[in-house]
Design a protein around this ligand. Structure first.
Ligand code: PMP
Length: 303
């Protein structure tokens, strides 16, 4: 967290500060991304994962909040590479761009409120356990429905819903929560998409559900089909299917691929990280760490 991008330039992180009257701070009117960059020590290289895809999603999120991004996709990529380079880390990092209603203004609404873009970087290891699997509950909170919020947009204010679910899990001594959709089918985790293995098929909720269209979700589907020759089905998942799954895992930028070995106290797949999840983790980490030439287009080298 040495340098950030703020109000059009790279500045020391300590100088990147907003006013307490900022619209986004008061009303949650911002959109954001979470991007990982992996340090490959052998190559002496920092590799940013799926940069174009993340900024494509940010552009869509911004449009949902009537935020006019003054940067093109290429500008956003250039800014990000420059900030990562200037920070000079030699370890895995997390990149957080935010487009937000920056005006000091009291009053709701989206149009006629000035906006801006900022970005910061933080060293970042594993967010959830990827070795031994995690224990989750089914949240008593449901995912915000598509009738209440634009679907597919990563909106800061909407993360109150995710925070409630995560807090509930943590208060129970668990790692994470699964949120159901308003219709009672399985949606996703507080910050990750969900996959289930059943009869040698990978199943995940479809994008028309109230889930974030995860970049990792797409990557996992690609790897499962290409590398594991697995059938992947996008369909609604009933709550009870979670308990009869052979394997269950979360995926996301933060979570990477993290096996779920317990739901509401019931063991899943014997309570161990399953073989399919392990194989997917192996091919995923090879690709994101720049050790799989076939997936070189997933990553942007910085140094
Ligand atoms: N769902 C939610 C609610 C999330 O916040 C995230 C993290 N951005 C994901 C899923 C996974 O998305 P991605 O793979 O793009 O990180």
């Amino acid at each position: 967290m040495k340098f950030a991008y703020f109000e059009g330039k790279i500045v020391p992180f300590k100088e990147a500060n907003i006013s307490i009257m900022t619209h986004a701070f008061n009303y949650g009117t911002g959109v954001f991304e979470g991007i990982r960059a992996y340090w490959n020590a052998d190559q002496g290289q920092m590799l940013i994962l799926k940069l174009k895809e993340h900024y494509g999603r940010l552009q869509k999120s911004a449009a949902a909040l009537r935020i006019k991004l003054k940067y093109s996709l290429d500008d956003l990529i250039d800014i990000t590479v420059a900030v990562v380079k200037q920070n000079g880390y030699h370890e895995d990092i997390y990149i957080r761009p935010i487009a937000y209603k920056s005006q000091e203004k009291i009053g709701l609404g989206l149009t006629g409120v000035e906006d801006n873009f900022c970005l910061f970087i933080s060293p970042f290891g594993a967010y959830l356990d990827i070795e031994k699997g995690i224990r989750v509950c089914i949240s008593s909170w449901r995912r915000i429905g598509a009738q209440s919020m634009p679907q597919g947009a990563k909106i800061t204010g909407a993360y109150f819903n995710s925070s409630l679910a995560k807090a509930e899990a943590m208060e129970k001594g668990l790692d994470e929560a699964i949120l159901l959709s308003p219709d009672g089918t399985v949606a996703e985790g507080s910050g990750e998409n969900l996959f289930l293995l059943e009869n040698d098929k990978l199943i995940t909720p479809p994008l028309r559900e109230v889930i974030l269209p995860g970049i990792t979700r797409r990557a996992v589907i690609e790897l499962a089909r290409q590398e594991l020759k697995l059938e992947v089905v996008e369909r609604l998942i009933k709550k009870e299917e979670l308990f009869s799954a052979a394997e269950l895992f979360f995926c996301g930028t933060g979570a990477q691929i993290s096996a779920i070995t317990e739901v509401d106290g019931a063991k899943i797949g014997g309570g161990f990280v399953g073989p399919v999840t392990k194989k997917l983790q192996a091919v995923y980490f090879k690709a994101v760490r720049g050790d799989a030439p076939k997936y070189a287009d997933w990553i942007t080298p910085v140094y």
